[in-house]
Design a protein around this ligand. Structure first.
Ligand code: IPM
Ligand code: MN
Length: 354
């Protein structure tokens, strides 16, 4: 039995996660998958009700008992300081040391690619985002706050171990998947202390992977090249903040935030709980309309199947999602007319009933 923690979170999070749950339930009922879904009431609503963000008991139970977490989205205007979200999200990403945040950028159909003359086959790469340090580490402070002389600081924390393990994880992924090109991106021309470390480690590690053509671009140049010709990229490894930014750019290349999925895990501990999240946020404007795109979450479920070893379910589900998207059985953001539930129905209809 695999236990999966379900956290809808904020905004459209619960709406899209409910669709992921329908797919998980379908595979339980139709294919006899032994999945134990554990629904957790966490997010802004709960925080505003009783002050709870991420209780230690839930955190420990997720870490010790669960194979995966399916998380919707976090962020709510009623909690402007983001404190509940920080506790929950970084409580898992950092607290469980899930240092590799893997975000595939793959276009599902030609007409979703917004670049002139480019097809779906031109947008097919994977971003390895460092997930535990960088400016997300929270090291910093404010001085003389609210005065004309105020100072605000967030330090960019880069450790030898942290940089090395994410670069190694990206190279290992390339080798395992027959990818021949890997690009590291930093800003070592400006951040010459913090990012020189990336340069040095990258040059060391690349020597161990002679079959992978390794290259480098500064992050600004990478953004430029991603728009100019995304087909040059197969695997990209970068730090936490740049990975966050570049995967929103990637989402635009693949058809929008509604179709971008991600998994966070610890490659050195493959049995440790893995965290699956759509790249999109809580999308407050869409809440309650039944129009939020569930595709990113459904792709998360496909990734979840793959990571948990249900390989044929993973590819079957991905093929069904792709077919539904190509048939325009989608929400309006992808050119269709269906609602959130209707998209899942269209995907489930494409799975063979046996
Ligand atoms: C993401 C999100 C988060 C991040 C926010 C909600 C803190 O943008 O998962 O990409 O920056 O990591
Ligand atoms: Mn983001």
């Amino acid at each position: 039995m695999k236990k999966i923690a379900i956290i809808g979170g904020d905004g459209v999070g619960p709406e899209v996660v409910a669709e992921g749950v329908r797919v998980l339930d379908w595979f339980r009922a139709r294919r006899g998958f032994e999945l134990d879904l554990w629904h957790l009431d966490l997010g802004a609503e709960r925080y505003l009700r009783d002050g709870t963000t991420f209780p230690a008991a839930a955190r420990d139970a997720i870490f010790h008992d669960c194979a995966a977490v399916l998380l919707g989205a976090l962020g709510d205007a009623r909690v402007p300081g983001f404190e509940h979200a920080r506790d929950i999200l970084f409580g898992m990403r950092v607290g469980f040391d899930l240092y590799a945040n893997v975000r595939p950028v793959r276009a599902l159909s030609d007409d979703l690619v917004p670049l002139r003359g480019r097809l779906a086959k031109d947008v097919d790469f994977v971003v390895f985002r460092e997930n535990t340090e960088g400016v997300y580490a929270g090291v910093g402070g404010q001085l003389r706050r609210g005065t004309a002389d105020e100072i605000a600081i967030n330090e960019d924390i880069n450790t030898r171990k942290g940089v090395e393990r994410i670069i190694r994880a990206a190279f290992a992924f390339a080798r395992r998947n027959g990818k021949t090109r890997l690009l590291m991106s930093d800003k070592s021309n400006a951040m010459r202390h913090a990012h020189e470390l990336w340069q040095r480690v990258f040059h060391e590690v690349r020597g161990e992977y002679p079959e992978v053509a390794a290259s480098h671009l500064y992050i600004d140049a990478l953004c430029f090249e991603l728009v100019r010709d995304p087909s040059q990229f197969q695997v990209i490894v970068t730090n936490n903040l740049f990975g966050d930014i570049v995967t929103d750019l990637g989402a635009a290349l693949q058809g929008g935030l509604g179709v971008a999925a991600s998994v966070s895990f610890n490659p050195e501990h493959p049995d440790r709980v893995k965290l699956f999240e759509p790249v999109h946020g809580s999308a407050p404007k869409l809440v309650g309309l039944g129009r939020a795109n569930p595709v990113a979450t459904l792709l998360c479920v496909a990734m979840l199947f793959e990571e948990l070893g249900f390989l044929s379910a993973a590819s079957e589900l991905e093929i069904a999602i792709r077919a539904a998207v190509r048939a325009k059985e989608t929400t309006p953001d992808l050119g269709g007319t269906l609602g959130t539930r209707g998209v899942t129905d269209a995907v489930l209809r494409r799975l063979s009933p046996a």
